[in-house]
Ligand binder design. Structure first.
Ligand code: HEM
Length: 429
């Protein structure tokens, strides 16, 4: 490395490290928010209300700077601003200080379709849609149900468990591994990787890079195996897929990126939603009893869990200067797609900060909006429905215990990471 390159490399590192440095307490949520703040992670709802009222598209200089829209209509409009607001950088945190430089194409296929803009987005999304159609995911219902019973069998006699770690966290990685065609025994490893990519690792860039590299190496090896020896599984289907779209360039690298996305997007999100639902039911006996007395309201309850505890905030990067509703967004600025805040907008939902278990009018955007709307929503709803139904059948009477403090994760995906609950040993069957 030449002296100049060396100097530039050091300057880049210093700048990135400055970006990552903790910024001290937040004085003003509309001009200086910090998504790492404990209050924001613990209970962001009142903070979003303050932002929405005083400055609905807030800004901060922290973490390299970003904009934070909190109104439903703004989120829906900004999700459509393509290609001005690009998806090639969707992480809410800045790149790790020593992250390798990537070309635009590499960024777009890193986890397509979520990281891609059209035209790459269009054909990579098309590759996934058939496998996630409502009838296609229905076939995972039985597997999910058996898995939920097995997990409960493992702790029900003890009268207590960590409903985040021993239940919610265990379901999505096994379902997705089963679906892709990977040994469900890899589930614990997936959880660790995903936690480092989206959870704790969001705040520890070294861990994030290491986990990402390990995960990509693992997926790369699985793809290579199928090139040699095709199997009856989704990974093989993706690899040998033929689309009637001349622009589609399906390569092993594209399939590695898609599989990476399925593991990351399919795990943390759904485990957070199952965990939030159990947290709610374990701390609100009235709603728990209502669900026991009227199990037919479960589909409404699932939508209200999704709305009220919407887990996923994404990001976009401005490709040009953009004027939107009096806000000037500079080229290169990051915009957070705060779908969870939009789900609490009083202009869209009546009594948005109240949890109404059978809420009838509930057109939430917990699954996003526009061309990137969640491709896995049918599978997510199926997993949540089965997980909550089986839990309520087996453990109808439970409450969140203070054996150990419960812990929320925030940032990109919000949900309980530690959730101690108690119930009568053996519960019911
Ligand atoms: C409750 C659980 C889930 C929630 C709340 C959720 C939420 C979201 C959101 C908000 C987006 C939009 C991203 C953006 O605009 O940048 C998204 C995209 C996506 N999700 Fe989900 N998701 C969940 C579960 C799943 C599952 C189980 C899978 C599949 C295994 C999945 C696969 C995807 C894919 C492939 C995309 C990208 C779609 C595109 O870019 O066209 N998600 N999800």
């Amino acid at each position: 490395m030449s002296a100049t390159e060396d100097m530039h490399a050091k300057m880049k590192l210093a700048t990135s490290e400055e970006i990552w440095a903790p910024g001290g307490p937040v004085e003003d949520w509309t001009t200086d928010y910090d998504i790492r703040d404990d209050d924001y992670i613990e209970d962001p709802v009142p903070i979003w209300a303050e932002m929405r009222e005083k400055c609905p598209i807030a800004h901060t200089d922290r973490l390299g700077g970003s904009w934070n829209p909190t109104k439903f209509d703004d989120l829906r409009a900004m999700a459509k601003m393509i290609p001005e607001l690009s998806s090639r950088q969707v992480l809410v945190m800045p790149p790790a200080p020593n992250a390798p430089e990537m070309s635009r194409y590499e960024q777009m296929i890193a986890a397509a379709p979520i990281t891609a803009d059209p035209p790459i987005h269009t054909w990579t999304r098309r590759m996934l849609l058939p496998a996630f159609a409502p009838r296609a995911v229905e076939k995972y219902s039985e597997y999910t149900e058996e898995l939920c019973h097995e997990l409960i069998d493992g702790f029900v006699e003890s009268g207590e468990c960590d409903a985040a770690v021993q239940y919610s966290q265990q379901i999505p990685p096994r379902v997705i591994a089963h679906m892709i065609g990977i040994d469900p025994g890899m589930a614990d490893q997936f959880v660790e990787w995903v936690n480092f990519v989206l959870g704790d690792g969001l705040f520890q860039p070294e861990l994030r890079l290491k986990a990402r590299d390990e995960m990509l190496a693992f997926i790369g090896a699985e793809v290579a195996k199928r090139q040699e020896d095709p199997q009856e599984d989704l990974l093989t289907d993706l690899l040998f897929m033929e689309l009637d779209m001349p622009e589609a360039q399906i390569t092993p690298e594209v399939v590695v990126g898609i599989t990476n996305l399925l593991i990351v997007a399919g795990i943390d999100t759904t485990w957070s939603s199952i965990g939030s639902a159990l947290w709610h039911l374990g701390s609100n006996p009235g709603d728990r009893q209502r669900l026991l007395d009227e199990p037919e309201i479960l589909p409404f309850a699932i939508e209200e869990f999704l709305r009220y505890y919407a887990p996923v905030t994404m990001a976009r990067i401005a490709e040009t200067d953009v004027e939107y509703n009096g806000v000037h967004i500079n080229r290169g600025d990051k915009v957070l797609m705060n779908f969870p805040a939009a789900c609490h907008d009083p202009e869209q939902f009546e009594d948005p900060d109240e949890f109404i278990i059978d809420r009838a009018k509930n057109r939430h955007i917990a699954f996003g909006s526009g061309i990137h709307r969640c491709a896995g929503s049918n599978l997510a709803r199926l997993e949540m429905t089965v997980a909550i139904r089986v839990w309520m059948e087996r453990i109808p009477d439970f409450h969140v215990s203070d054996r150990e403090p419960m812990k929320w994760a925030g940032g990109q995906v919000r949900g309980p990471r530690i959730l101690p609950v108690s119930f009568p040993p053996g519960a019911t069957r």
